[in-house]
Design a binder for this molecule. Structure first.
Ligand code: NAD
Length: 380
C-alpha cells in the first residue's frame, strides 16, 4: 500500500502559501507516494488544481476527503483545533506548528494520538540545510521587507542623474543580519541604495561586507549557543541603543529583523529615536510578531508616527506565495525523505537526529521538553 500524503488548503487569515507544489508532487508520485490535494489548495499561490492533477495528485473537494486515510499531512500553518478533530488517529503532521503559541492544539494532538513534527525545531546542521524552512521563508521575508520599504518610501533607492536633476541614493539601515536581514541587505543593494547593517554577532560583519554594504561596528560580540545571538547585558543594551539611534536618525528606510530564540524581540528603536527620524522615513519591523524591534510597531498594521511610517507585517512570505511555496515544498520533500524509506515505507522509529529533534508530539506523549514543561505549568 502506498503512503498517502494529504495537502489541505491553508485556512489561516492572510495565508496564501501551500505546502506542496506540482513539481514536488511529480517527484513524490514517481517514488510511489499517493498525494491528495484539497481543491484550490494552491490557488492563492497560483498553482491551479489541474497542474497538481497532471503531476499525479488526486484532488479532493473538501478537507474530510483530503484527510481520509492520510498517513502524513503537510501544512504551512498549524491546523486549528476543529481541523485536528478530522485528522485520522496516528496521522503525522509536518509544518510550522509554533508550539509555544499553540499549547491547546498540541495538547489535543497528544490526546488524539496525532504525531507532530515542528519545522521550527529542525536543527541547523549542514545535513538539514535542504529542510531548513525557517531559512527559506526568512529569505522570502527579507526580500519582501526591502521591497515594501522601497514601496512605502517617498524617495528613490538608487542614485539618478537625469535632466530633471540628480537624486542622491537612499540610505537603508538593516538591524539584525541573520538570514532575513542579509536578504534585505542584498535586495536593497540591488535596488541601488546605500546600505548599512548591524548585528550583535560579529561574524555577521563579514557577510554584510561581502554584499557590498557597510557593517556598523560596536565593541560587543554577543554570539550565543548554536550560532544564535544571546541577550545583551544592561550596559551593552544602552551602548547599543546609543549607536543604533544615531544610525536610525540618518536612514531613509530601516528594516529590523533582530530576534533571540525563545525571547521577546530586543527593543532597538525607541519612540524617542523615531521622533529623531527624517520626515518620510519608513520602518519595516520584521520582528512585529515576537514583540517588535521598534517600540511603536503594531503587529499586522501600518501606523503613522508623526512623519514616519511603521510597518509591522506578520507574514511577508505569504506576499510572495508562488516562490515561498516552491521553496517550502522543496524543504518538505527533503523532510519526507527521512520519514519514508527508499522502499516507500513509513519509518516506524524516529531515530534520525533531525526527526528526533523536530518531533513535538507522538503516540500520546509530548516529546519536546520545553513544550512539555509549558503544558505542565498551564495544566493543559
Ligand atoms: P534569528 O531570526 O534568530 O535572528 C535574526 C538576527 O538578529 C540574528 O542574526 C541575530 O544575531 C540578530 N540579533 C539578535 N539580537 C540582536 C540585537 N540586540 N541587535 C542586533 N541584532 C540582533 O536568526 P536567523 O536569521 O534564523 O539565523 C541566526 C544564525 O543562524 C546565523 O548565524 C545564521 O547564519 C545561522 N544559520 C545557520 C544555518 C545552517 O548552518 N544551516 C541556517 C540558517 C541560519
Amino acid at each position: 500500500m502506498p503512503v498517502v500524503v494529504a495537502v489541505p488548503k491553508e485556512g489561516a487569515p492572510g495565508e496564501r502559501r501551500v505546502a506542496t507544489v506540482p513539481e514536488v508532487v511529480a517527484k513524490l508520485s514517481k517514488s510511489g507516494i499517493e498525494v491528495r490535494v484539497q481543491h484550490d489548495a494552491g490557488a492563492a499561490a497560483f498553482y491551479p488544481d489541474a497542474q497538481y492533477e497532471a503531476a499525479g495528485a488526486r484532488i479532493s473537494s473538501d478537507l474530510a476527503g483530503t484527510l481520509s486515510g492520510a498517513q502524513i499531512v503537510l501544512k504551512v500553518q498549524p491546523p486549528t483545533l476543529a481541523e485536528i478533530e478530522q485528522y485520522p488517529e496516528g496521522a503525522i503532521v509536518v509544518g510550522f506548528l509554533n508550539p509555544s503559541r499553540n499549547l491547546d492544539l498540541i495538547a489535543r494532538m497528544r490526546d488524539r494520538k496525532i504525531t507532530g513534527f515542528s519545522l521550527e525545531l529542525v536543527p541547523r546542521i549542514s545535513r538539514a540545510q535542504g529542510m531548513d524552512a525557517l531559512s527559506s521563508q526568512a529569505t522570502a521575508g527579507g526580500y519582501m521587507a526591502a521591497v515594501l520599504g522601497a514601496g512605502h518610501s517617498a524617495r528613490f533607492f538608487p542614485m539618478l542623474t537625469t535632466a530633471a536633476g540628480t537624486i542622491r541614493p537612499a540610505t537603508v539601515l538593516i538591524l539584525g543580519a541573520g538570514v532575513a536581514g542579509l536578504m534585505a541587505v542584498a535586495t536593497a543593494k540591488r535596488l541601488g541604495a546605500n546600505v548599512e547593517a548591524y548585528d550583535v554577532r560579529r561574524a555577521a560583519g563579514e557577510q554584510v561586507r561581502s554584499l557590498g554594504a557597510k557593517f556598523l561596528e560596536l565593541e560587543i560580540n554577543a554570539e550565543g549557543q548554536g550560532g544564535y545571538a544571546r541577550e545583551l547585558t544592561p550596559e551593552e543594551k544602552s551602548k547599543e541603543q546609543e549607536m543604533v539611534s544615531a544610525a536610525v536618525a540618518r536612514a531613509d528606510v530601516v528594516i529590523t529583523t533582530a530576534n533571540v530564540p525563545g525571547r521577546k524581540a530586543p527593543r532597538l528603536v525607541t519612540k524617542e529615536t523615531v521622533a529623531r527620524m527624517k520626515p518620510g522615513a519608513v520602518i519595516v519591523d520584521l520582528a512585529a510578531e515576537s514583540g517588535g524591534n521598534c517600540e511603536l510597531t503594531e503587529p499586522g498594521k501600518t501606523v503613522a508616527a508623526g512623519h514616519v511610517t511603521i510597518l509591522g507585517p506578520t507574514n511577508l512570505p505569504a506576499l510572495v506565495s508562488f516562490h515561498s511555496s516552491a521553496m517550502y515544498a522543496k524543504n518538505l520533500q527533503s523532510f519526507l525523505s527521512l520519514l519514508i524509506d527508499s522502499d516507500g515505507h513509513l519509518v516506524t522509529e524516529f531515530r534520525d537526529e533531525i526527526l528526533a529533534a523536530s518531533l513535538l508530539v507522538h503516540a500520546g506523549e509530548i516529546r519536546h521538553a520545553p513544550t512539555r514543561d509549558q503544558l505542565a505549568g498551564g495544566k493543559a
